[in-house]
Design a protein around this ligand. Sequence first.
Ligand SMILES: *[C@@H]1O[C@H](CO)[C@@H](O)[C@H](O)[C@H]1NC(C)=O
Length: 165
Amino acid sequence: MEKAWLMALVLMSISISSLISFALAAEKFNVVGKVYCDTCRVEFETKLSEPIPGATVKLECRKVRDEAITFSRGAVTNATGGYSIPVKGDHEAEICKVSVEKSPRPYCNEKMESWEKSQVELTTQDGLAAPIRTANNLGFKKKEPLPGCPQVLKEMGFPLTPWAF
Ligand SMILES: *[C@@H]1O[C@H](CO)[C@@H](O)[C@H](O)[C@H]1NC(C)=O
């Protein structure tokens, strides 16, 4: 009788641990990042850059070989402009990128190459086991720069940037 109990217990713990590893395999990574408004139209971050809540981003993985899409998932940024995208499986030999899709701000919705996409590695084959993978900040360019921009850029050591003003 005791043996049967022991057997049942062993079987149960095996199935629980395989369930857990299945769950881990199912959602292996979380891609996190932030979306900003480039309020100075300079295509880099300044202290006047503002997080954008409610922006839409999309993570897409494609095979290196034929560019077939293997994974695609969208997200919307929260109150502090952050997003978190759970990712299923390992994406070795694939290129995964997060891109900005839509800005909720009509006065800050211009895309720019430097803040439009960020590549993320989504494999443990690279030697990293960390489940959180942080993308570079993404963003949109504001239509009109803030009045405070020249001063902030000067403080940052940049001369006046005529293309921005
Ligand atoms: C917004 O999302 C980021 C990334 O997931 C998270 O770190 C942050 O705590 C969230 N902030 C709020 C206010 O929910």
